[in-house]
Design a protein around this ligand. Structure first.
Ligand SMILES: Cc1ncc(COP(=O)(O)O)c(C=O)c1O
Length: 403
């Protein structure tokens, strides 16, 4: 059986009730929501609205209509960035951002439409709120910060940053791709105006799902226009949420699955899920940190991290280590830049990146041990203890820059 340790990319497996629901949904409710007055369409519509209400409960959003369904976190981030910025605006962001924030901002900046300030990170992968404060100007329209790094696992002080941004009068966008479902989030408490999240990572739903919470202080320009199933007589996209930002037939199957997984999360509680994932992370860190040839990146304290651990074995290419783990031990981890090149520059692992190990809620502790053992064996081997060398050195591989 393969050992799956790439939950930061997408979670696997999903809660059993998700699989059961998907089958039931396909067999019984497969209508198109909001587009018919017959029972199947109404049932599909009800599934969507129930999912919206559950997500609103999870994130402390008062009005469920402020939850907009998207394809993934990238889609939500594009909607937030392109829907809120105007020519001449200034944006404050960080070097840790994923390309789903960095690339849209880079393009707008290169076209001369906006100005961007990128706040530096510490070697452990933390943003200092004082640096954000210093970067704010009278023209700052948007502050975009990720909740936790998908490279270092470092959890950022978003509530502290949010209060500062609110006082300044700018819009606060948080990329919760790595934390939604894994770390408690309250948009009111953290003064978050726009919260982008995927449904397929720690929310334990299907690929092709995600969302954006749109707070009452923000008005986004629609970047996708078309059928809403309601107010069809209007020549333009309706102004009311969620219709102003949702167009076209939704991913009802995916959202039916998400309804089940969010219910599962609410039932156990995010705090419990976080405690469980951190116990797995501690097991992983304890096993890896003890080896002199393994470098573990990210925060030294467990309290300020999530279940994402980046490592390197001295002298080995991360891509070769990941390939070796899969080939010889059936262990699935991700190597390379993880779509966040500047984060690697900040921690000194550019351009080859790191080997990223990300347990999930359903990871058995024994699988953590198998991964630790395999990496320790590899590091021993490289140090010449066994006289054998299965993993090519970083100089010997051309596959270094991946992901
Ligand atoms: C921090 C961060 N932001 C954004 C994304 C993009 O998420 P999605 O794959 O749902 O578009 C990821 C994906 O790994 C991520 O880790």
């Amino acid at each position: 059986m393969a050992v799956y340790l790439d939950n930061a990319a997408t979670s696997f497996p999903k809660p059993p009730r998700v699989y059961e629901r998907l089958r039931g949904y396909l067999e019984r409710f497969g209508g198109c929501p909001g587009r018919g007055s017959y029972r199947m369409a109404k049932e599909a519509e009800a599934v969507l609205e129930e999912t919206r209400a559950l997500l609103a409960e999870l994130f402390g959003v008062k009005e469920p209509r402020r939850i907009i369904f998207t394809l993934n976190a990238t889609d939500a981030l594009n909607m937030a960035i392109k829907g809120s910025l105007r020519p001449g605006d200034h944006v404050v962001t960080t070097v840790l951002e994923h390309n789903s924030v960095a690339r849209p901002l880079n393009r707008l900046e290169r076209k001369g439409l906006i100005q961007v300030t990128r706040v530096a990170a510490s070697s452990e992968g933390f943003i200092d709120p004082a640096d954000i404060q210093r970067a704010l100007s009278a023209r700052t329209k948007l502050v975009a910060v990720l909740h936790a790094s998908n490279v270092t696992g470092s959890l950022q002080p978003v509530a502290q940053i949010g209060r500062m941004v609110r006082e300044h009068g700018a819009v606060f966008l948080v990329d919760a791709a790595q934390t939604a479902g894994a770390v408690p989030i309250d948009v009111e408490d953290a003064c978050i105006d726009l919260l982008a999240f995927p449904g397929h990572k720690a929310l334990l739903g299907l690929p092709g799902t995600g969302g954006l919470c749109v707070g009452p202080r923000t008005q986004l320009t629609p970047w996708r226009e078309g059928g809403t199933g309601v107010l069809s007589e209007l020549p333009l996209q309706p102004e009311a949420l969620p219709y102003s930002l949702e167009a076209g037939s939704p991913n009802t199957l995916g959202l039916a699955g998400l309804r089940e997984s969010v219910q599962f999360i609410l039932q156990y509680g995010v705090a419990w899920i976080r405690a469980h994932e951190l116990s797995l992370t501690k097991r992983l860190l304890d096993g890896l940190r003890a080896h002199e040839h393994i470098t573990v990146y990210g925060p030294s304290s467990l309290e300020h991290r999530i279940a994402v651990v980046s490592v390197n074995i001295a002298g080995c290419s991360p891509a070769a280590v990941a390939e070796w783990l899969d080939r010889t031990h059936g262990i699935a981890v991700r190597a390379g830049l993880h779509c966040a090149p500047c984060a690697h520059q900040a921690i000194g692992t550019f351009p080859e990146g790191t080997v990223r190990i990300s347990p999930g809620y359903f990871t058995p502790p024994g699988e953590i041990d198998r991964c630790v053992e395999a990496l320790r064996d590899a590091a021993d081997e490289l140090a010449g203890h066994t006289g054998r060398r299965a993993i090519p050195s970083s100089q010997a591989t051309a596959e270094g820059v991946a992901g």
